[in-house]
Design a protein around this ligand. Structure first.
Ligand SMILES: Cc1cc2nc3c(=O)[nH]c(=O)nc-3n(C[C@H](O)[C@H](O)[C@H](O)COP(=O)(O)OP(=O)(O)OC[C@H]3O[C@@H](n4cnc5c(N)ncnc54)[C@H](O)[C@@H]3O)c2cc1C
Length: 382
Protein backbone atom coordinates (compact mmCIF):
# COMPACT_ATOMS: atom_id res chain seq x y z
CA UNK A 1 0.00 0.00 0.00
CA UNK A 2 1.29 3.51 -0.75
CA UNK A 3 2.00 5.09 2.53
CA UNK A 4 0.42 8.30 3.81
CA UNK A 5 1.82 7.57 7.27
CA UNK A 6 5.17 8.78 8.65
CA UNK A 7 7.15 5.55 8.52
CA UNK A 8 10.95 5.53 8.87
CA UNK A 9 13.15 4.98 5.80
CA UNK A 10 13.90 1.49 7.17
CA UNK A 11 10.20 0.68 7.42
CA UNK A 12 9.61 1.99 3.89
CA UNK A 13 12.42 -0.07 2.43
CA UNK A 14 11.18 -3.18 4.30
CA UNK A 15 7.70 -2.54 2.86
CA UNK A 16 9.11 -2.27 -0.67
CA UNK A 17 11.05 -5.51 -0.18
CA UNK A 18 8.00 -7.47 1.11
CA UNK A 19 5.78 -6.05 -1.63
CA UNK A 20 8.19 -7.16 -4.34
CA UNK A 21 8.58 -10.62 -2.83
CA UNK A 22 4.82 -11.12 -2.38
CA UNK A 23 3.97 -10.00 -5.91
CA UNK A 24 6.66 -12.18 -7.50
CA UNK A 25 6.51 -15.32 -5.35
CA UNK A 26 3.08 -15.55 -3.68
CA UNK A 27 0.47 -13.87 -5.85
CA UNK A 28 0.99 -16.15 -8.88
CA UNK A 29 0.47 -19.27 -6.71
CA UNK A 30 -2.34 -17.93 -4.50
CA UNK A 31 -5.20 -19.51 -6.47
CA UNK A 32 -3.42 -22.88 -6.61
CA UNK A 33 -2.90 -22.88 -2.80
CA UNK A 34 -6.54 -21.87 -2.29
CA UNK A 35 -7.68 -24.81 -4.39
CA UNK A 36 -5.27 -27.20 -2.62
CA UNK A 37 -6.95 -26.21 0.68
CA UNK A 38 -4.09 -27.56 2.78
CA UNK A 39 -1.16 -26.00 4.55
CA UNK A 40 1.23 -25.06 1.71
CA UNK A 41 4.72 -26.10 2.84
CA UNK A 42 6.04 -24.53 -0.35
CA UNK A 43 4.68 -21.13 0.71
CA UNK A 44 6.01 -21.54 4.24
CA UNK A 45 9.52 -22.31 2.96
CA UNK A 46 9.32 -19.30 0.65
CA UNK A 47 8.31 -17.12 3.62
CA UNK A 48 11.17 -18.58 5.67
CA UNK A 49 13.83 -18.03 3.02
CA UNK A 50 12.56 -14.47 2.47
CA UNK A 51 13.12 -13.73 6.20
CA UNK A 52 9.42 -13.27 6.95
CA UNK A 53 9.05 -15.84 9.73
CA UNK A 54 11.80 -14.47 12.00
CA UNK A 55 10.85 -10.78 12.01
CA UNK A 56 10.55 -10.50 15.81
CA UNK A 57 12.95 -13.34 16.70
CA UNK A 58 16.19 -12.89 18.68
CA UNK A 59 19.36 -12.38 16.63
CA UNK A 60 21.10 -15.06 18.73
CA UNK A 61 18.84 -17.67 17.06
CA UNK A 62 18.83 -16.15 13.58
CA UNK A 63 15.98 -13.69 14.08
CA UNK A 64 15.88 -10.05 13.00
CA UNK A 65 14.59 -8.37 16.20
CA UNK A 66 12.48 -5.93 14.20
CA UNK A 67 9.58 -4.05 15.83
CA UNK A 68 5.85 -4.82 15.75
CA UNK A 69 5.27 -2.08 13.17
CA UNK A 70 7.57 -4.03 10.83
CA UNK A 71 5.51 -7.17 11.35
CA UNK A 72 2.37 -5.14 10.57
CA UNK A 73 3.95 -3.84 7.37
CA UNK A 74 4.87 -7.38 6.32
CA UNK A 75 1.36 -8.68 7.04
CA UNK A 76 -0.30 -5.82 5.14
CA UNK A 77 1.87 -6.37 2.09
CA UNK A 78 1.63 -10.18 2.17
CA UNK A 79 -2.17 -9.95 2.40
CA UNK A 80 -2.32 -7.83 -0.74
CA UNK A 81 -0.97 -10.94 -2.50
CA UNK A 82 -2.40 -13.77 -0.38
CA UNK A 83 -4.31 -13.55 2.93
CA UNK A 84 -3.43 -17.14 3.90
CA UNK A 85 0.28 -16.35 3.70
CA UNK A 86 -0.24 -13.21 5.77
CA UNK A 87 -2.04 -15.30 8.41
CA UNK A 88 0.70 -17.93 8.40
CA UNK A 89 3.36 -15.23 8.83
CA UNK A 90 1.68 -13.40 11.72
CA UNK A 91 0.77 -16.62 13.56
CA UNK A 92 4.32 -17.98 13.33
CA UNK A 93 5.97 -14.67 14.23
CA UNK A 94 3.73 -13.93 17.21
CA UNK A 95 3.46 -17.46 18.65
CA UNK A 96 7.25 -17.86 18.57
CA UNK A 97 7.75 -14.40 20.10
CA UNK A 98 5.12 -14.31 22.86
CA UNK A 99 5.12 -17.92 24.04
CA UNK A 100 8.24 -19.15 25.88
CA UNK A 101 9.54 -22.70 25.83
CA UNK A 102 9.34 -23.80 22.20
CA UNK A 103 13.05 -24.70 22.33
CA UNK A 104 15.93 -23.18 20.36
CA UNK A 105 16.00 -25.89 17.69
CA UNK A 106 12.26 -25.53 17.01
CA UNK A 107 12.66 -21.77 16.67
CA UNK A 108 15.63 -22.03 14.29
CA UNK A 109 13.68 -24.52 12.24
CA UNK A 110 10.56 -22.32 12.27
CA UNK A 111 12.54 -19.27 11.10
CA UNK A 112 13.75 -21.29 8.08
CA UNK A 113 10.18 -22.35 7.28
CA UNK A 114 10.80 -26.01 8.20
CA UNK A 115 8.77 -26.24 11.43
CA UNK A 116 5.25 -24.90 11.94
CA UNK A 117 3.59 -23.87 15.23
CA UNK A 118 -0.09 -23.79 16.18
CA UNK A 119 -2.16 -22.54 19.11
CA UNK A 120 -4.93 -24.92 20.20
CA UNK A 121 -7.24 -22.95 22.46
CA UNK A 122 -10.81 -22.95 21.07
CA UNK A 123 -13.34 -25.64 21.92
CA UNK A 124 -17.00 -26.20 21.08
CA UNK A 125 -18.18 -24.28 24.17
CA UNK A 126 -15.07 -22.15 24.55
CA UNK A 127 -14.38 -19.91 21.58
CA UNK A 128 -15.07 -16.37 22.76
CA UNK A 129 -15.04 -17.58 26.36
CA UNK A 130 -11.49 -18.91 26.61
CA UNK A 131 -11.92 -19.70 30.32
CA UNK A 132 -14.63 -22.28 29.64
CA UNK A 133 -12.24 -24.90 28.21
CA UNK A 134 -12.80 -28.52 29.18
CA UNK A 135 -9.50 -29.96 27.94
CA UNK A 136 -7.73 -31.11 31.05
CA UNK A 137 -4.12 -31.87 31.99
CA UNK A 138 -3.69 -34.09 35.04
CA UNK A 139 -0.31 -34.47 36.78
CA UNK A 140 1.06 -38.01 36.81
CA UNK A 141 4.57 -38.28 38.31
CA UNK A 142 6.90 -36.19 36.13
CA UNK A 143 4.29 -35.92 33.36
CA UNK A 144 0.93 -34.43 32.49
CA UNK A 145 -1.76 -36.49 30.81
CA UNK A 146 -4.01 -34.46 28.46
CA UNK A 147 -7.57 -35.36 27.46
CA UNK A 148 -9.95 -33.20 25.43
CA UNK A 149 -10.77 -31.76 22.02
CA UNK A 150 -10.02 -28.48 20.24
CA UNK A 151 -11.57 -26.94 17.13
CA UNK A 152 -10.87 -24.13 14.65
CA UNK A 153 -7.10 -24.42 15.06
CA UNK A 154 -5.12 -22.57 12.39
CA UNK A 155 -2.29 -24.44 10.69
CA UNK A 156 -3.94 -27.80 11.38
CA UNK A 157 -3.55 -30.43 10.11
CA UNK A 158 0.09 -29.78 9.32
CA UNK A 159 1.65 -27.96 12.28
CA UNK A 160 4.56 -29.72 13.99
CA UNK A 161 4.36 -28.32 17.52
CA UNK A 162 1.25 -27.15 19.38
CA UNK A 163 0.64 -24.88 22.35
CA UNK A 164 -2.44 -26.41 23.99
CA UNK A 165 -4.49 -24.56 26.63
CA UNK A 166 -5.54 -26.91 29.42
CA UNK A 167 -7.41 -26.79 32.69
CA UNK A 168 -5.11 -27.87 35.51
CA UNK A 169 -5.60 -28.45 39.20
CA UNK A 170 -3.41 -26.47 41.61
CA UNK A 171 -2.22 -27.31 45.11
CA UNK A 172 -4.86 -24.87 46.42
CA UNK A 173 -7.56 -26.81 44.56
CA UNK A 174 -8.66 -23.94 42.26
CA UNK A 175 -8.29 -24.94 38.59
CA UNK A 176 -6.13 -22.65 36.43
CA UNK A 177 -5.38 -22.49 32.71
CA UNK A 178 -1.92 -23.60 31.66
CA UNK A 179 -0.29 -23.87 28.25
CA UNK A 180 1.47 -27.10 27.30
CA UNK A 181 3.87 -27.65 24.41
CA UNK A 182 2.84 -30.81 22.54
CA UNK A 183 4.60 -32.17 19.44
CA UNK A 184 1.87 -33.07 16.94
CA UNK A 185 3.33 -36.57 16.54
CA UNK A 186 2.86 -37.44 20.26
CA UNK A 187 0.88 -40.66 20.79
CA UNK A 188 -2.82 -39.90 21.32
CA UNK A 189 -2.90 -36.67 19.26
CA UNK A 190 -5.14 -36.80 16.18
CA UNK A 191 -6.40 -34.12 13.84
CA UNK A 192 -8.73 -33.57 10.93
CA UNK A 193 -9.35 -30.69 8.57
CA UNK A 194 -12.32 -28.30 8.94
CA UNK A 195 -13.26 -27.12 5.44
CA UNK A 196 -13.33 -23.30 5.23
CA UNK A 197 -14.96 -20.74 2.99
CA UNK A 198 -11.78 -18.69 2.54
CA UNK A 199 -8.14 -18.41 3.63
CA UNK A 200 -8.18 -22.07 2.69
CA UNK A 201 -4.42 -22.43 2.40
CA UNK A 202 -3.84 -21.34 5.99
CA UNK A 203 -5.71 -24.50 7.03
CA UNK A 204 -8.10 -24.98 9.93
CA UNK A 205 -8.50 -28.17 11.91
CA UNK A 206 -9.93 -30.07 14.84
CA UNK A 207 -7.73 -31.89 17.35
CA UNK A 208 -8.28 -34.70 19.83
CA UNK A 209 -6.08 -35.51 22.80
CA UNK A 210 -6.57 -39.05 24.13
CA UNK A 211 -4.37 -39.73 27.15
CA UNK A 212 -1.55 -37.66 25.65
CA UNK A 213 1.51 -37.79 27.91
CA UNK A 214 3.96 -34.86 27.98
CA UNK A 215 6.71 -34.11 30.51
CA UNK A 216 6.09 -31.41 33.13
CA UNK A 217 8.87 -29.42 31.42
CA UNK A 218 6.37 -28.87 28.57
CA UNK A 219 4.55 -26.25 30.67
CA UNK A 220 4.97 -22.90 28.87
CA UNK A 221 5.39 -19.80 31.05
CA UNK A 222 4.63 -21.42 34.41
CA UNK A 223 1.57 -22.70 36.28
CA UNK A 224 -1.64 -20.82 35.49
CA UNK A 225 0.01 -18.55 32.91
CA UNK A 226 -1.99 -19.76 29.89
CA UNK A 227 -4.37 -16.80 29.77
CA UNK A 228 -1.61 -14.26 30.40
CA UNK A 229 0.34 -15.66 27.42
CA UNK A 230 -2.72 -15.53 25.16
CA UNK A 231 -3.65 -11.97 26.20
CA UNK A 232 -0.11 -10.60 25.76
CA UNK A 233 -0.13 -11.94 22.20
CA UNK A 234 -3.67 -10.66 21.49
CA UNK A 235 -2.57 -7.00 21.78
CA UNK A 236 -0.31 -7.49 18.77
CA UNK A 237 -2.16 -10.20 16.84
CA UNK A 238 -5.37 -8.12 16.98
CA UNK A 239 -3.55 -5.47 14.96
CA UNK A 240 -2.41 -8.04 12.40
CA UNK A 241 -5.84 -9.29 11.34
CA UNK A 242 -7.09 -5.77 10.43
CA UNK A 243 -3.85 -5.00 8.60
CA UNK A 244 -4.25 -8.20 6.60
CA UNK A 245 -7.85 -7.25 5.80
CA UNK A 246 -6.86 -3.68 4.88
CA UNK A 247 -3.99 -4.89 2.69
CA UNK A 248 -6.40 -7.05 0.71
CA UNK A 249 -9.14 -4.39 0.63
CA UNK A 250 -6.71 -1.77 -0.62
CA UNK A 251 -5.58 -4.11 -3.41
CA UNK A 252 -9.20 -4.61 -4.48
CA UNK A 253 -10.05 -0.89 -4.32
CA UNK A 254 -6.99 -0.10 -6.44
CA UNK A 255 -7.92 -2.75 -9.01
CA UNK A 256 -11.49 -1.44 -9.08
CA UNK A 257 -10.23 2.13 -9.50
CA UNK A 258 -8.19 1.08 -12.53
CA UNK A 259 -11.06 -0.93 -13.92
CA UNK A 260 -13.72 1.82 -13.73
CA UNK A 261 -11.41 4.26 -15.51
CA UNK A 262 -11.35 2.07 -18.59
CA UNK A 263 -14.56 0.01 -18.62
CA UNK A 264 -16.88 1.79 -21.07
CA UNK A 265 -20.67 1.24 -20.85
CA UNK A 266 -23.28 3.52 -22.52
CA UNK A 267 -20.37 5.26 -24.28
CA UNK A 268 -18.61 6.42 -21.07
CA UNK A 269 -16.19 4.94 -18.52
CA UNK A 270 -18.30 3.68 -15.61
CA UNK A 271 -16.12 5.70 -13.20
CA UNK A 272 -17.82 8.86 -14.47
CA UNK A 273 -20.85 7.87 -12.37
CA UNK A 274 -20.73 9.11 -8.79
CA UNK A 275 -22.52 5.94 -7.63
CA UNK A 276 -19.23 4.25 -8.63
CA UNK A 277 -16.61 6.93 -7.85
CA UNK A 278 -17.97 8.05 -4.46
CA UNK A 279 -17.85 4.57 -2.84
CA UNK A 280 -14.28 4.17 -4.14
CA UNK A 281 -13.04 7.33 -2.46
CA UNK A 282 -15.10 6.64 0.68
CA UNK A 283 -13.49 3.21 0.97
CA UNK A 284 -10.04 4.70 0.42
CA UNK A 285 -10.74 7.14 3.25
CA UNK A 286 -11.94 4.40 5.60
CA UNK A 287 -8.96 2.19 4.69
CA UNK A 288 -6.55 5.00 5.65
CA UNK A 289 -8.45 5.47 8.93
CA UNK A 290 -8.23 1.74 9.60
CA UNK A 291 -4.48 1.73 8.95
CA UNK A 292 -3.99 4.67 11.32
CA UNK A 293 -5.80 2.81 14.10
CA UNK A 294 -3.82 -0.40 13.55
CA UNK A 295 -0.41 1.26 13.31
CA UNK A 296 -1.18 3.48 16.31
CA UNK A 297 -1.83 0.31 18.35
CA UNK A 298 1.42 -1.23 17.07
CA UNK A 299 3.42 1.91 17.87
CA UNK A 300 2.03 1.75 21.42
CA UNK A 301 2.95 -1.93 21.65
CA UNK A 302 6.47 -1.09 20.43
CA UNK A 303 6.70 1.59 23.13
CA UNK A 304 5.77 -1.01 25.76
CA UNK A 305 2.39 0.61 26.50
CA UNK A 306 -0.86 -1.29 27.08
CA UNK A 307 -2.60 -1.15 23.69
CA UNK A 308 -5.55 -3.43 24.46
CA UNK A 309 -8.14 -0.67 23.82
CA UNK A 310 -6.45 0.53 20.63
CA UNK A 311 -6.01 -3.03 19.33
CA UNK A 312 -9.71 -3.81 19.90
CA UNK A 313 -10.69 -0.60 18.05
CA UNK A 314 -8.28 -1.39 15.21
CA UNK A 315 -9.62 -4.90 14.86
CA UNK A 316 -13.38 -4.36 14.73
CA UNK A 317 -13.06 -1.28 12.56
CA UNK A 318 -10.38 -2.48 10.13
CA UNK A 319 -12.00 -5.81 9.43
CA UNK A 320 -15.56 -4.47 9.17
CA UNK A 321 -14.64 -1.75 6.68
CA UNK A 322 -12.44 -4.10 4.65
CA UNK A 323 -15.25 -6.62 4.20
CA UNK A 324 -17.55 -3.76 3.15
CA UNK A 325 -14.98 -2.39 0.70
CA UNK A 326 -14.38 -5.71 -1.05
CA UNK A 327 -18.10 -6.50 -1.07
CA UNK A 328 -18.91 -3.10 -2.64
CA UNK A 329 -16.13 -3.31 -5.25
CA UNK A 330 -17.00 -6.80 -6.48
CA UNK A 331 -20.06 -5.75 -8.54
CA UNK A 332 -18.11 -2.88 -10.14
CA UNK A 333 -16.36 -5.57 -12.19
CA UNK A 334 -19.78 -6.79 -13.34
CA UNK A 335 -20.38 -10.54 -13.43
CA UNK A 336 -16.63 -11.03 -13.99
CA UNK A 337 -15.99 -9.98 -10.38
CA UNK A 338 -17.96 -13.00 -9.28
CA UNK A 339 -15.92 -15.46 -11.36
CA UNK A 340 -13.17 -17.67 -10.01
CA UNK A 341 -10.78 -16.30 -12.63
CA UNK A 342 -10.84 -12.88 -10.95
CA UNK A 343 -9.01 -12.34 -7.66
CA UNK A 344 -11.79 -10.32 -5.99
CA UNK A 345 -13.90 -13.46 -5.47
CA UNK A 346 -11.10 -15.16 -3.49
CA UNK A 347 -10.31 -12.01 -1.54
CA UNK A 348 -13.94 -11.66 -0.41
CA UNK A 349 -13.93 -15.26 0.83
CA UNK A 350 -10.48 -14.87 2.42
CA UNK A 351 -11.22 -11.65 4.27
CA UNK A 352 -14.27 -13.21 5.95
CA UNK A 353 -11.95 -15.50 7.94
CA UNK A 354 -10.31 -12.55 9.68
CA UNK A 355 -13.40 -11.53 11.66
CA UNK A 356 -13.14 -14.60 13.94
CA UNK A 357 -9.48 -15.26 14.56
CA UNK A 358 -8.27 -13.91 17.92
CA UNK A 359 -11.74 -12.78 19.02
CA UNK A 360 -14.82 -11.77 17.02
CA UNK A 361 -15.98 -8.27 16.07
CA UNK A 362 -18.63 -8.43 18.85
CA UNK A 363 -16.04 -9.49 21.41
CA UNK A 364 -13.87 -6.50 20.44
CA UNK A 365 -16.84 -4.21 21.07
CA UNK A 366 -17.56 -5.92 24.40
CA UNK A 367 -13.93 -5.29 25.43
CA UNK A 368 -14.37 -1.65 24.47
CA UNK A 369 -17.62 -1.37 26.43
CA UNK A 370 -15.78 -2.77 29.44
CA UNK A 371 -12.93 -0.29 29.07
CA UNK A 372 -14.80 2.80 27.90
CA UNK A 373 -18.21 2.51 29.56
CA UNK A 374 -17.75 0.17 32.49
CA UNK A 375 -17.28 -3.50 33.31
CA UNK A 376 -20.87 -3.78 34.55
CA UNK A 377 -22.14 -2.97 31.03
CA UNK A 378 -20.06 -5.63 29.26
CA UNK A 379 -22.29 -8.53 30.25
CA UNK A 380 -19.35 -10.87 30.84
CA UNK A 381 -18.93 -13.10 33.87
CA UNK A 382 -17.02 -11.22 36.58
C1 LIG B 1 -9.86 -18.47 10.36
C2 LIG B 1 -9.89 -18.80 11.81
C3 LIG B 1 -8.71 -19.03 12.48
C4 LIG B 1 -8.75 -19.40 13.82
N1 LIG B 1 -7.58 -19.74 14.43
C5 LIG B 1 -7.62 -20.23 15.70
C6 LIG B 1 -6.43 -20.77 16.30
O1 LIG B 1 -5.35 -20.78 15.69
N2 LIG B 1 -6.52 -21.31 17.52
C7 LIG B 1 -7.69 -21.35 18.22
O2 LIG B 1 -7.69 -21.87 19.31
N3 LIG B 1 -8.84 -20.85 17.69
C8 LIG B 1 -8.83 -20.30 16.45
N4 LIG B 1 -9.97 -19.83 15.85
C9 LIG B 1 -11.21 -19.81 16.61
C10 LIG B 1 -11.60 -18.41 17.05
O3 LIG B 1 -10.75 -17.95 18.07
C11 LIG B 1 -13.06 -18.45 17.47
O4 LIG B 1 -13.83 -18.75 16.31
C12 LIG B 1 -13.55 -17.16 18.07
O5 LIG B 1 -12.91 -16.91 19.30
C13 LIG B 1 -15.06 -17.18 18.29
O6 LIG B 1 -15.46 -18.33 18.95
P1 LIG B 1 -16.64 -19.24 18.32
O7 LIG B 1 -16.43 -19.37 16.88
O8 LIG B 1 -16.71 -20.47 19.14
O9 LIG B 1 -17.92 -18.36 18.53
P2 LIG B 1 -18.78 -18.25 19.88
O10 LIG B 1 -17.92 -17.87 21.02
O11 LIG B 1 -19.60 -19.47 20.02
O12 LIG B 1 -19.72 -17.03 19.54
C14 LIG B 1 -20.77 -17.15 18.57
C15 LIG B 1 -21.20 -15.75 18.16
O13 LIG B 1 -21.75 -15.08 19.29
C16 LIG B 1 -21.11 -13.82 19.46
N5 LIG B 1 -21.08 -13.56 20.90
C17 LIG B 1 -20.57 -14.33 21.88
N6 LIG B 1 -20.78 -13.75 23.08
C18 LIG B 1 -21.44 -12.58 22.83
C19 LIG B 1 -21.94 -11.52 23.65
N7 LIG B 1 -21.79 -11.56 24.98
N8 LIG B 1 -22.55 -10.49 23.05
C20 LIG B 1 -22.70 -10.42 21.71
N9 LIG B 1 -22.25 -11.40 20.88
C21 LIG B 1 -21.63 -12.46 21.44
C22 LIG B 1 -19.72 -13.98 18.88
O14 LIG B 1 -19.20 -12.72 18.49
C23 LIG B 1 -20.03 -14.88 17.68
O15 LIG B 1 -20.44 -14.07 16.60
C24 LIG B 1 -9.98 -19.47 14.51
C25 LIG B 1 -11.17 -19.20 13.84
C26 LIG B 1 -11.13 -18.89 12.50
C27 LIG B 1 -12.43 -18.69 11.76
Amino acid sequence: MDSMLPFSAEHESFRAYVRGFAAAELQPRSRQWDEGAELPREAIRLLGSAGLLNILGPKSLGGQERDYVSLGIAVEELAAADISCAQIAWIQNTLSHFFPGWGDETLRSLYRGDAVLALAMSEEGAGSDVSAIQTEAVADGDDYIINGAKIHVSMMPGADVLAVSCKMATAGGKPVIGMLRVPATTAGVSSEIMEQMGARAHSLGALRFDNVRVPKAALMGGEGQGKALMYARFNVSRCMSPLAALGAANAVVKEATQFVRTKVIFGKPIGINQSISFPLVEHQTRIEAGRLLAYRALWLNDAGADASTEAAMAKWFGITISIQAINDCLPMFGANGYLKDWSVEQRLRDVMSLQFTGGTINIMKILLVRQLIGAEFAGLRS
